[in-house]
Design a protein around this ligand. Sequence first.
Ligand SMILES: [Mg+2]
Length: 425
Amino acid sequence: MNILIVEDSATLRHAMCQYIRNAGHNPIVANNGEEALQLFDASRVDMIVMDVEMPGLDGFETTRLIREWLEKDDLWLPIIFVTGKNEEDDLRKGIDVGGDDYLIKPVSETILLAKIRAMERIITMRNELKRLNQSLIELSERDSLTRLFNRRTFDERAENAWKQAARNHEALAILIMDIDHFKLYNDCYGHVAGDECIVKVADAITQSLGRPGDIVARYGGEEFIVVLTNTREDGAYHVAERIRQNVAALNIRHRASPTSTHITVSIGGAVINHTAGTHLRDQIHAADKALYASKQAGRNRVTVKLFSPKVRILVADDTGRLARSIDSKLKQYFALLQARSGQETLSLASRNRPDVIVMNGNLKGDDAVDTIKRLREDSNTAQIPILTVCQDVNYWQSLELEIDGCFADAESPVELIDKLNRLLF
Ligand SMILES: [Mg+2]
């Protein structure tokens, strides 16, 4: 162990160094509190023997600072105080500021080394506990048969990957795969062989993935799911095809399979180029549909589809002109909902939660201003961005409504479409 000795008396320092060396440990020496802090920062220290009475920073203050540092990183190490004071109150204070034991000078070699051994025991127990805790966390995250992530962990990690893709405007691919005719395999060879087969397939999938950010999990009995971050269609297809080939290459005999002589997998993939306007579960659903297509097409194959989410825009306009204009420019990305009155806008917005509302400022029969205020009051719709199209932009801006943009009415609202693009992608 590296034991930091903090002691201003040269004689005592020398003696304690010698004791510690005799016990087979490595002493690091500081003459005062300031030096102790520097050395502590620069070297690996396992335990500290700290004098209380020192000029400048005393032992209590130095200990308090060291404990603060350690706590930030959730770390701990034993600190033994050495003091000439022998009052009960000093001992209490020493323990309060974070000391673990207390030695009265003059320090005998036997007692110092006995205390060090006792502290060493606590360090060992603490490390053991930490290791156990870590393996418990690991166990709770993983499927017991395949050691892949379990479904719960997958949900958490996939959600994080999804959020990151949204932040970085990156593509994200999801592959779902299923062992072909696995029920027949189980019926034919028994459950033990079935489990062995699942483990081998899981390993083949893991080995087909190359990057540390990839997430692979057991999704159901014989179903697996993979998230590939920052991966587009061709990359996803490439990985899926590698998985399919590696599973086939396991060459696990399957005499009950109507489609192959050995174990194969069907794979479905959904790739999303931007996450706006959709949810992780929609993409998983799309991958599931692609998997179904692979099965329908005869199994042992890969289907990867681009999943392009439709951003939902609610257009509040009784003329129909706004919707036509947006639709013609952004049809491939947007799904339009149309409301022809303020009342209809409120109910559609609350029910469908569109990604954005575009409102004609001259909405007939209802007051557009009143509708906007009511949208903002309803907790279901309060956060939805609102853009208005009107004849007098200055007038609308002077109303100081909580809107996200106001655009002049024109045949082709180029600015509005540009704003929609910026708002949603
Ligand atoms: Mg001293």
